[in-house]
Design a protein around this ligand. Structure first.
Ligand code: ASP
Ligand code: MG
Length: 415
């Protein structure tokens, strides 16, 4: 039997009516001849509520018990989805993570897959069941404790099942009808993409396009899972939504595919650090050990003073990691590993990025980007580039303007 994985996010299973709507989509695929593995999220808002309860009970909570509590939202929707399908005469059975069992590492609240044995689900398909409903976001550790995969983890569950079961496709049903050139709330010229390459989606997802968990795109890229993002509130056909696929499967790609942004970015500058071999390691080692996700880095030109060489080192990190970053630097200074005159933070910044695989073979993208920002009088504070991405840090109040200007400059409204 050909097999599909269909994943329904929180808004797609927000209440019993929406679960019935999702189940009808599953029934349609079964009628087309597919066996289906359905991955469900918790009802929208549920996981936040559960996290809130944990934090209110125990601010420095035991992560094992956090997982025990927050994984429960998906258990409810999995059972309800199976019941709804049964009411529609579709033979369905539900699985919680430990029942499959979905084996993960014991990194509670951020677990990674180890293995997804097929036997228990294959056996049910062999008995004549048409749908296996699996609770997303969760698994079981080698110690036998329930684990979760990090927020948004049901996407990753879906892709992992598609890979493990050799699914024809992994359909991610959500509340938008696909992946857009940029956030349609920022410009009405944003356009839905029919296809996007894994690598581009990876950049967009990690830059804050919230439609897919970054990890799920990594897995899909590694196992060549055809991943589709589509709306659960529309009637869909084979060409609906956005297909995330191999670069080779994209006929004509533009140089730039999308503009992404992130509001919660902070810029931190270590003023007057010693300019000597090993200084970068002495700064970024402790930051990494403290779990700070440093993105952009700029080292200024060296200045001579009193016989020594000094420089300023600037880096960006998520706003909610500023306190951790500061502590890591203070501790490194106290331990005599580094010295600096000041640590200046700027939390009123935003990161805006253009992404596209076409950049590999086209020059001039950076020039176009900087000209477009200059024309709007937007000052660039930090620049970082990769093979398929250019990011700039700017004052947050200009973020929307920058996104609009770049979307226009690269003519992303045109197919
Ligand atoms: N319910 C979990 C969350 O909100 C997992 C998911 O929906 O993907 O993060
Ligand atoms: Mg999600």
């Amino acid at each position: 039997m050909p097999l599909l994985v269909m994943k329904f996010g929180g808004t797609s299973v927000a209440d019993l009516g929406r679960i019935a709507n999702a189940a009808a989509k599953v029934r349609r695929e079964v009628a087309r001849g597919y066996d289906v593995i359905v991955i469900v999220s918790a009802m929208s808002g549920k996981t936040n509520e559960l996290v809130g309860w944990v934090e209110a009970t125990s601010p420095l909570f035991d992560a094992r018990e956090y997982d025990a509590v927050v994984s429960s939202g998906e258990n409810v929707t999995a059972g309800l989805m199976a019941l709804t399908l049964q009411e529609m005469d579709v033979p369905a059975r539900s699985w919680q993570g430990w029942q499959v069992p979905i084996l993960t590492t014991s990194a509670h609240s951020a677990a990674r897959f180890i293995d997804i044995p097929r036997a228990s689900i294959d056996a049910k398909f062999a008995e004549g069941f048409k749908v296996a409903v699996v609770a997303g976001f969760q698994g079981v550790s080698p110690e036998g404790r329930i684990t979760t995969l990090g927020r948004g983890g049901s996407d990753t569950t879906a892709v992992a099942f598609a890979a493990a079961f050799g699914a024809e496709r992994c359909d991610i049903y959500t509340d938008v009808d696909g992946v857009y050139t940029t956030d349609p709330r920022i410009t009405d010229r944003a356009r839905k993409l029919d296809r996007i390459a894994f690598e581009e989606m990876l950049e967009l997802a990690s830059l804050g396009a919230k439609v897919l968990q970054t990890r799920s795109v990594e897995l899909a890229m590694r196992y060549k899972v055809r991943l589709r993002v589509l709306s659960s509130f529309e009637d869909n056909d084979e060409s609906s939504g956005t297909l995330v696929c191999d670069e080779e499967d994209i006929m004509e790609s533009k140089v730039v595919s999308g503009v992404a942004y992130s509001r919660d970015e902070a810029k931190m500058t270590l003023v007057k650090v010693q300019d000597r071999p090993g200084i970068a390691a002495a700064i970024f080692g402790p930051l990494s050990d403290a779990g700070v996700n440093v993105d952009m880095i700029v080292q200024n030109i060296s200045e001579q003073e009193n016989g020594g060489a000094f420089t300023d080192m600037t880096f960006s990190c998520p706003t909610n990691q500023v306190i951790r970053a500061r502590k890591a630097m203070d501790d490194a200074r106290a331990a005599g590993l580094i010295s600096y005159a000041d640590l200046v933070q700027d939390t009123d910044v935003a990161k805006v990025s253009v992404v596209g695989i076409g950049m590999r073979s086209h020059a001039g993208v950076a020039a176009t980007m900087f000209k477009a920002l200059a024309a709007e009088n937007i000052n660039i504070k930090v620049i970082a580039t990769s093979e398929i991405k250019i990011s700039v840090l700017i004052d947050r109040k200009y973020m929307e303007l920058a996104v609009q200007a770049l979307h226009d400059a690269f003519e992303l409204q045109k197919a």
